[in-house]
Design a protein around this ligand. Structure first.
Ligand code: ZN
Ligand code: ZN
Length: 145
């Protein structure tokens, strides 16, 4: 450090407006600022502390990353999106079928009703399995069967 010492102005002392040149040292591995010995050591301590905090943050983050399974949550999210999408498709189909305001005794329509009922029943069963405590709504559907 002393090998590169020069005479001049400390970049952090300038506000003190000392016209007398003092020994200054460059912050070699960081910002290359020319600093007096007391500012250089202050600056060094600050950097050391910063490195220490950086390392701590990195450790903490690593710790969290080992706990947080990003792949798992991505799969969960995809599953939920898929489920919601299926629900909305079914809702649309049911609303469409229930919205048909005419009695039509063609076989095709009754088949469609039965297929949709089967789908909804499957969906209800799936929902009951998913929910630890099935909601009252589904209980009343089960009872009314
Ligand atoms: Zn200084
Ligand atoms: Zn520096």
């Amino acid at each position: 450090m002393s090998e590169v010492s020069l005479s001049g102005q400390c970049e952090l002392c300038v506000h003190q407006s000392t016209p007398i040149p003092i020994r200054v040292f460059p912050c070699l591995y960081h910002c290359k600022k020319m600093l007096c010995i007391s500012h250089l050591s202050e600056h060094d301590q600050y950097l050391e502390k910063q490195l220490h905090l950086q390392k701590q943050l990195a450790n903490l983050w690593e710790n969290y990353q080992t706990r947080f399974n990003e792949d798992k949550w991505q799969k969960e999210l995809d599953k939920l999106k898929n489920k919601l999408e299926k629900y909305r498709q079914l809702k649309e189909a049911i609303n469409h079928v229930l919205g048909i305001n005419q009695f039509n005794d063609s076989m095709e329509d009754n088949d469609k009703f039965q297929r949709l009922m089967q789908t909804v029943q499957d969906a209800i069963r799936e929902e009951d399995q998913t929910n630890v405590v099935p909601s009252k709504f589904y209980y009343s559907i089960e009872k009314s069967k």
